[in-house]
Write a protein of this length. Structure first.
Lengths: 85, 195
């Protein structure tokens, strides 16, 4: 697959996941849906990091640092929101 | 998913752009992480206020802003690919398309800001809107700086100053834009969606 095609696939996945976020929000407001929305956000962040920023070709330490930003942030946000319910 | 680099057997790992830009990106991500966590903690403490205030925001507008930023990111990445092939003029065209897509975000955001201010939902309205203005306003400033950088890169591409061998500065500029995208995809669900 050419680089341009990889980028287009990433963009299409990002757009689809963005629509999914809004659809999930309209389904309801439960803890499970909040976690699903946060997981979608992490997926989008990883697509940007590995796809657009090309971290899939970067040294592992930098790649892990960048991928963990979204994961750690979403985990802490999720725990904060769920634990106060 | 395999790319041309992988298919040609290139296995050496490479960090795009300048190392300094990566430290700058880490610093920026840390600042936004603190702001996003502050928003989440306050929401946990005042869930009723946040749920009611969030209803005053338009989720469809938030989605449209997301799509415009992501589209700008796609065009910026495509421009980078052109520069790597030493086709900087083509890169300039893609960067202009990225700027056009980013302009949609700016128009939508300014319209939203104007609507909120006209409705009396300024920074002092309540805690939700204080944090909303700080978080989205700070991000908006980053978008404007990112657009300035993309415009500057487009002009240098037009003059043929980047090619496959001299592209580190170009990659750093494009990385800044992707960072703006990255922050928004975490910010959008928290501010517009999560209740």
């Amino acid at each position: 697959m050419t680089v341009s095609r990889v980028l287009l696939v990433c963009w299409a996945a990002l757009a689809t996941l963005s629509v999914c976020t809004v659809v999930l929000a309209h389904v309801g407001a439960t803890s499970l849906l909040s976690i699903a929305i946060l997981l979608v956000a992490v997926g989008k962040a990883w697509l940007i990091t590995d796809g657009f920023m090309e971290m899939r070709h970067a040294p592992r330490l930098w790649r892990r640092l960048m991928l963990s930003w979204a994961l750690v942030l979403a985990t802490v946000v999720g725990l904060t929101l769920v634990s106060f319910r | 998913m395999s790319t041309s680099a992988e298919s040609t057997g290139v296995t050496q790992r490479h960090l795009p752009g300048d190392l300094a830009m990566w430290f700058f990106i880490l610093a920026e991500l840390s600042v936004f992480a603190i702001l996003i966590l502050a928003f989440a903690v306050t929401q946990a403490l005042k869930p009723q206020m946040f749920s009611e205030s969030r209803l005053l925001l338009n989720t469809s507008t938030g989605l449209a802003m997301t799509l415009s930023l992501l589209t700008a990111g796609l065009f910026a990445a495509l421009a980078q690919e052109q520069v790597r092939r030493s086709r900087s003029r083509h890169g300039a065209v893609f960067l202009l398309m990225a700027l056009l897509a980013a302009s949609v975000y700016v128009v939508l955001k300014l319209t939203e800001y104007r609507h909120l201010l006209a409705s009396g939902l300024g920074m002092e309205h309540n805690t939700f809107f204080t944090l909303y203005w700080i978080l989205t306003g700070f991000h908006f400033l980053h978008v404007l700086l990112g657009m300035f950088i993309l415009g500057w890169l487009a002009e240098r591409c037009r003059r043929g100053l980047y090619d496959a061998n001299t592209r580190s500065g170009f990659e750093s500029g494009v990385l800044y834009w992707h960072m703006v995208d990255l922050i928004w995809v975490m910010l959008f669900p928290l501010v517009y969606v999560l209740s």
